[in-house]
Ligand binder design. Structure first.
Ligand SMILES: CC(C)(COP(=O)(O)OP(=O)(O)OC[C@H]1O[C@@H](n2cnc3c(N)ncnc32)[C@H](O)[C@@H]1OP(=O)(O)O)[C@@H](O)C(=O)NCCC(=O)NCCS
Length: 507
């Protein structure tokens, strides 16, 4: 925003020699000469609402507003859940290094940590696991609903709508029915957390089985969280089916790595929707909707397409030339926050080696390893601090495990629900919670005089509204035009009239 160029920083906190050492920002509004002093907190953050004090007087009640589309430099919450240090390439959940958590914990233990703030004791973990695993069944009505999806329905569409549908099963958990203060009740919160964590893998597995035309499997609770998910996906008629422990462990690690990543698009969506105090099922469904987008949950699929296109290690130099000429992007490289190796990619590279060892290598793995090696030596990537991100190896792992690509965002949503719920709880407990309501910079017209429909006879001011027609739509469109012409001829004594293309355009 151009107004911010008037900001003068009088105080510095980083010891760079500025004499005043005041943790404030003095902003002078050159339109009025008015100056305000704004507090800079320990994290170098100012309150955007402090700028509202700079007004033009009585006429201007709102004051200066901050323009930040895509929230490039706006913190929307204070959080104690996840720390991403992009410079160092570090990721910590509740202060613990991701490497330590992967090495020592199960996904459910990490989910406990994220949601409840501390690592559980042995007894707490047993209790947590029992409760989650006793909430894995979904209502038969939901099973029936899921069966009504088309045979080729995208599993993410099934997951999103089924999670939203869950909200209709629990009247006692719906603030729309029971009042906005409902979730002050801790027991009620916990119950919904157990339900969501427990039922998501069941819904995901049903969505997968639907696609492959197999009967849905009921969950079992003698297996752990990830094993049970693989069981529901893969069991046929065996009474004692148990997924390979190395596969289950690899997937469990992937779940830990995807459980949270601070204020990403879907987490921000969870907070945004949750701030209206809607039930958590609806909020999780909305967050999953954000994750479904190709810029969020779909990047690992892009990596696979890229590797398939490269096809052979010998084509890598030419591919990198094209990337450097800006004709292409190296998918799975670069990150808005990480300016170092994404720690999740380092771990996933090892997981990938293990999964390939177990399930067999694909030529894509060799290409990925060589592509990474060549890029990391290349000045273009070195100078721009472009390193592999989490998506570089995750798609390869999922493919090697035999998951179809449309299941990738589902495999991301299951663990990310732990992060969404952690943020939901943190938000509910924040005494400053208010409904999210960003502002806008209105640039449209004001004060137009209304013109009645009968007088709007000039050239239309808005473009026609083209759309594509399905095959039968073309037949219906020409039939409709013919019918209108017949009717017009009848009503106007044979006078021919050319009907507007706008109505019948079926290109
Ligand atoms: C993730 C991403 C969107 C971050 O973008 P960003 O923070 O806006 O970074 P920028 O687009 O400003 O990139 C800075 C420079 O690096 C280049 N760059 C960034 N990512 C690149 C990539 N994957 N391949 C080639 N060049 C890349 C940009 O072209 C730009 O070059 P320039 O300075 O010559 O103009 C971006 O790195 C990207 O598109 N990566 C590929 C997609 C992907 O893997 N997404 C998953 C992220 S978890």
């Amino acid at each position: 925003m151009s107004g911010l160029s008037n900001i003068k920083v009088n105080g510095e906190t980083n010891g760079n020699g500025n004499a005043s050492h005041k943790n404030t920002l003095t902003v002078t509004d050159n339109r009025t000469g008015k100056t305000v002093e704004i507090k800079i907190d320990a994290d170098y953050v100012i309150n955007a609402t402090d700028l509202k004090k700079l007004t033009l007087g009585k006429e201007d009640k709102n004051g200066i507003m901050v323009f930040d589309p895509a929230f490039m430099n706006t913190a929307v919450a204070t959080s104690k859940i996840t720390l991403v240090d992009g410079e160092k390439g570090e990721l910590r959940y509740r202060g613990y290094k991701i490497e330590d958590l992967v090495e020592n914990c199960s996904f459910l233990e990490v989910a406990y940590l994220l949601i409840n703030g501390e690592l559980p004791t042995n007894k707490q973990l047993n209790d947590w696991e029992n409760k989650v695993m006793r909430h894995t069944y979904i209502h038969e009505n939901l099973v029936e609903q899921m069966k009504t999806f088309r045979y080729d329905a995208h599993p993410m569409g099934m997951l999103i709508s089924s999670v939203a549908a869950l909200s209709t099963f629990y009247e006692e958990a719906n603030p729309a029915l029971k009042g906005p203060d409902l979730y002050r009740n801790q027991n009620l919160r916990n119950k919904q957390i157990f339900r969501i964590l427990g039922k998501l893998p069941t819904i995901a597995a049903c969505a997968y089985r639907h696609r492959i035309g197999r009967p849905y499997n009921s969950p079992v609770n003698h297996l752990n969280y990830t094993e049970n998910f693989l069981y529901m996906m893969d069991r046929l008629s065996e009474s004692d089916y148990r997924p390979h422990p190395r596969l289950a462990k690899a997937l469990d690690i992937c779940f830990i790595l995807h459980a949270d990543h601070e204020m990403n698009c879907s987490t921000a969506a969870m907070r945004h929707v949750g701030s209206s105090l809607v039930d958590p099922y609806t909020a999780v469904a909305c967050a999953a909707g954000a994750l479904y987008g190709p810029l969020h949950g779909g990047a690992n699929e892009g990596v696979l397409h890229m590797l398939e296109e490269i096809k052979d290690v010998s084509n890598i130099p030419q591919f990198l030339k094209d990337v450097k000429a800006k004709k292409r992007k190296l998918m799975g490289f670069g990150h808005r926050i990480y300016k170092n190796y994404d720690p999740r990619a380092t771990i996933l590279k090892k997981v990938a080696a293990d999964v390939f060892d177990l399930c067999g290598r694909t030529p894509l793995y060799e290409i990925a390893v060589e592509l990474e090696a060549q890029a990391l030596k290349d000045e273009y990537f070195v100078t721009r601090l472009l390193f592999p991100n989490v998506d570089f190896y995750s798609g390869l792992i999922y493919q090697a495990m035999g998951f179809p690509t449309d299941m990738f965002p589902v495999l991301f949503s299951i663990p990310r629900a732990a992060g969404w719920l952690a943020h939901w709880i943190e938000m509910l407990d924040d005494p400053s919670l208010k409904i999210f309501r960003p502002r806008q910079k209105y640039v449209g017209e004001t004060d137009k005089e209304f013109v009645p429909l009968s007088e709007r006879i000039e050239e239309p001011k808005t473009p026609n509204l083209p759309m594509y027609y399905s095959a039968y739509g073309v037949r219906r469109s020409v039939t409709h035009k013919w019918k209108m012409e017949q009717q017009h001829l009848k009503e106007n004594g044979g006078e021919v009239m050319n009907f507007s293309e706008r109505v019948y355009d079926h290109e």
